[in-house]
Each structure stands twice: as C-alpha cells, then as structure tokens.
Design a binder for this molecule. Structure first.
Ligand SMILES: Nc1ncnc2c1ncn2[C@@H]1O[C@H](COP(=O)(O)OP(=O)(O)O)[C@@H](O)[C@H]1O
Ligand SMILES: [Mg+2]
Length: 201
C-alpha cells in the first residue's frame, strides 16, 4: 500500500468507519473516492487541503485555492439537497461533519456504474431516448432553481449497454436566489446549449 492510499484510508475511517476505500476517481479537483458500504459502491467527495499543498508558491495561494474548493463542494451539496427527487443524477446519500481542519465537507453520493464519456474516445450521447432523458433531467433541475450545471463529457456517465445515462456531477452550480430573472434565463439556455454542443454532437 503506498503512502497516498494509507492516508486516504485513514481519512475515510475518520469520516465514517462503515466505508471502505476502493480507489481514487479521476479527473478531479477535489478528492473523489469510490468506496463501499456493506458491499455496495458509493462515491465519497472531500475538499482536501493536501491536494493544494504540493504546488504552493506561497501560503496565501494555497489557502485561497482550498477555500475555493470548499465553496464548490458546499454548492454541490446544497444543490443535491434540493434535487433529491430528480432522476438521472447521482443523489446525495449522506453529508458529514468535517473531520478536521484539512478535510472539509465530505459528502457521500450514489455511484453510477458505467463509462464517463471522456474516458476513451470522447463518446457522445446519440441515442434519442438517452438525449431526451438528459434534457428532462436538466429541465427538472432548472425548475428547482439550480443552473450552470457544468455540462460536459467527463460529468456524464453512460451505462455499459448504452441504454441509460447519468449526470454524475453538477460542478458548482448557481441558485435562482443569487441572480436576477434575465441572468437565470441566460444560464438556463447556456446549459442546454452546452448539452447539444458538447454531449450530443
Ligand atoms: N457518482 C459517480 N458515479 C460514477 N463515477 C463517478 C461518480 N462521481 C464521480 N465519478 C468519476 O470521478 C470523476 C471525478 O468526479 P467529479 O465529481 O466529477 O469531480 P470534480 O468535482 O472534481 O469534477 C468523474 O469524472 C467520474 O469519472
Ligand atoms: Mg467532474
């Protein structure tokens, strides 16, 4: 076991001893792990200060970047709380207290088994049923007041038989209460444009 894995296991044990570490998921700006609980797979996402420690040019930059990712994960968590009944996304299972000062806002999410579209050859969603499903998912999210969903290949996972699709991450979304009506409508349209441009074509 390498040092990295050892540290990951220690942190996970602190957060929730019922979780078992499987592997780190990439690409990510946060710590994203595949874990299991009673043999079922889940995703554990944490803002981890260690990630920002290696490329420090100055104390301030590190601290600032860490605080940024803490903000992102808080936004994702807030969105997932609102979107618990939306289908076509990986839902929030559990949120935890930060175990210490360098690991913030752990969240446990559903794991969706399949292939991220960026994984091999930048595959696209071309099947019309799957396309329709994604449009409906995004429209339901918008109707709940959440926009700017970071729609891209790496956040879209397709099942191995290609019959189903799931949005596994929403980035750091924006909430209706934070912007005025016209800005909200603009961001809503942008999400659907991104879906067409980057995921369908
Ligand atoms: N719920 C999930 N189910 C399956 N794979 C996932 C899930 N969450 C993340 N992944 C994989 O891990 C990668 C990074 O996770 P993600 O949440 O997108 O991190 P980041 O917020 O840093 O972009 C994804 O691109 C995907 O390949
Ligand atoms: Mg992502």
């Amino acid at each position: 076991m390498d040092e990295y894995e050892k540290q990951a296991k220690e942190v996970i044990e602190k957060i929730d001893p019922s979780l078992e570490y499987c592997r780190r998921l990439y690409p990510s700006s946060l710590m994203v792990y595949q874990v299991t609980r009673r043999n079922s797979p889940f995703v554990l996402k944490i803002a981890d200060y260690r990630e920002y420690f290696s490329d420090i040019t100055g104390e301030d930059k590190t601290e600032w970047r860490f605080l940024e990712v803490v903000k992102w994960i808080r936004r994702e968590r807030k969105a997932l709380r609102l979107l618990k009944d939306v289908s076509g996304i990986t839902h929030l299972i559990k949120e935890y207290k930060s175990p210490d000062d360098t690991h913030k806002c752990p969240i446990l999410k559903e794991y969706y088994d399949g292939i991220a579209l960026n994984r091999f050859s930048n595959e696209r969603i071309t099947d019309s049923t799957n396309q329709q499903k994604m449009i409906e998912t995004i429209e339901s999210i918008h109707n709940l007041g959440v926009v700017s969903l970071d729609i891209k290949l790496e956040n879209t996972v397709v099942s191995f038989d290609r019959k189903d699709v799931c949005i596994i991450e929403l980035g750091s979304p924006i909430f209706k209460t934070e912007v005025d009506y016209s800005e909200f409508e603009k961001l809503r349209a942008e999400d659907l444009e991104r879906l067409e441009r980057f995921v369908f074509n």
